[in-house]
Design a protein around this ligand. Structure first.
Ligand code: ADP
Length: 275
C-alpha cells in the first residue's frame, strides 16, 4: 500500500507548528457596515494532532476552516502548512463537508478515484485503484463500491466522502461538521469509523463542530471560539483520555462529564452576536 503517513518520519520529532494560523483576521462588508468575523487568531497545530474548533453557530468556525482550505483569504495574517504559505486550494488538504459532495453519475469507487486521478497523477493507475479500494473497505463500503450516490444512504455517502479525503493522503484533513446532517445512531457509527481510521494513520485533522461529545471523543485538543464579532480562541484544552477511545468507556469516566459541563458552559456564555 503506497502511503506516507507521519509514522514514516521515523526519528524526527513532530513539528509543533506543522499548521500555523499566524495572527489571522477576517471580516466582511454587509449592508450596515463591517462585520469582523474572526479577529487575531493564532493557532499552532502539531503534526498528527486531531484538533476540534468548537464554538456556537455563526461564530466563524467554517470561515477559519475555509481559510485553511485556501478557499477564503484572511484579511491579515498568514497560514503555513509544513512551512509553506497557503495561498489557495491544494491537494495537500483534504476536505469533508457536512453535505457529501459526490458526483451523482459516478459510482462510489469512481468518486474516490476521481479525486485520486487528479491529486495523485504520479501514481500508476493500479495503485490508485488499490488506494480507492483500500479506503472504501476501511469505511466498510467494499460491498457497495459500485453503487451510485442515489443508491446509497446519507451515512454511506458520507463514508464515501471520508474515504475520498483519506485516500488522497493529504497533509491535513479539514472536516466541516462532517456528521451534522446524520441521525444520532449513524453519527456515532461514523464517529467510531473516523476514530479507528485516524488512530491507524494519525493524520493532522482540523474538525469544525458544535457537538461537545463529538469533540471530546475524537480530539487531542479542543479550541473553543468565542461568540462573534471578532471571534477568537478563548480556551485551548488538551483532551486527557487515552487512545484508543470509545464512547462507552468515556461514559464511565467522571472526567468526561466534568469536561463536557465546562465546554457546554463556555458555549452558552452570554452573546453579543448570535447568528
Ligand atoms: P460557523 O461555522 O461558526 O457557524 P461561519 O464561519 O459559517 O460560522 O460564519 C460566521 C459569520 O460569517 C456568519 O455571520 C456568516 O453569515 C458570515 N459569513 C460567512 N461567509 C460570508 C461571506 N462570504 N460574506 C459575508 N458574510 C459571511
Amino acid at each position: 500500500m503506497p502511503d506516507t503517513t507521519v509514522h514514516d518520519l521515523a526519528g524526527s520529532l513532530p513539528n509543533p507548528k506543522f499548521l500555523h494560523l499566524e495572527q489571522i483576521s477576517k471580516g466582511y462588508h454587509h449592508k450596515n457596515g463591517w462585520n469582523q468575523i474572526v479577529g487575531d487568531i493564532d493557532i499552532a497545530i502539531e503534526e498528527g494532532q486531531f484538533v476540534s474548533l468548537l464554538g456556537p453557530s455563526g461564530c466563524g468556525k467554517s470561515t477559519v476552516l475555509s481559510m485553511i482550505a485556501g478557499l477564503t483569504e484572511p484579511d491579515e495574517g498568514n497560514i503555513w502548512l509544513d512551512r509553506h504559505p497557503i495561498t489557495g486550494p491544494g491537494h495537500d488538504r483534504g476536505v469533508v463537508f457536512q453535505q457529501h459532495v459526490l458526483l451523482p453519475w459516478m459510482t462510489a469507487r469512481e468518486n474516490v478515484l476521481f479525486g485520486l486521478d487528479s491529486a495523485r497523477r504520479n501514481l500508476p493507475r493500479a495503485q490508485r485503484e488499490e488506494l480507492a479500494d483500500h479506503y472504501l473497505e476501511t469505511v466498510k463500503l467494499g460491498h457497495a463500491k459500485d453503487r451510485r450516490p442515489g443508491e446509497l444512504s446519507g451515512g454511506m455517502q458520507q463514508r464515501v466522502g471520508i474515504a475520498r479525503a483519506f485516500a488522497l493522503q493529504p497533509k491535513v484533513l479539514l472536516l466541516d461538521e462532517p456528521f451534522g446532517a446524520l441521525d444520532a445512531l449513524t453519527r456515532v457509527d461514523l464517529q467510531n469509523e473516523l476514530l479507528r481510521l485516524w488512530e491507524s494513520e494519525r493524520r493532522t485533522v482540523v474538525m469544525v463542530t458544535h457537538d461537545v461529545d463529538e469533540a471530546i471523543v475524537l480530539s487531542d485538543r479542543i479550541l473553543v471560539l468565542s461568540h462573534g464579532p471578532a471571534a477568537t480562541v478563548t480556551q485551548d484544552i488538551a483532551v486527557p483520555f487515552a487512545r484508543p477511545r470509545s464512547q462507552d468507556e468515556l461514559n464511565k469516566d467522571p472526567r468526561f462529564y466534568d469536561l463536557r459541563a465546562a465546554l457546554l458552559a463556555s458555549l452558552t456564555a452570554p452573546t453579543t452576536d448570535a447568528a
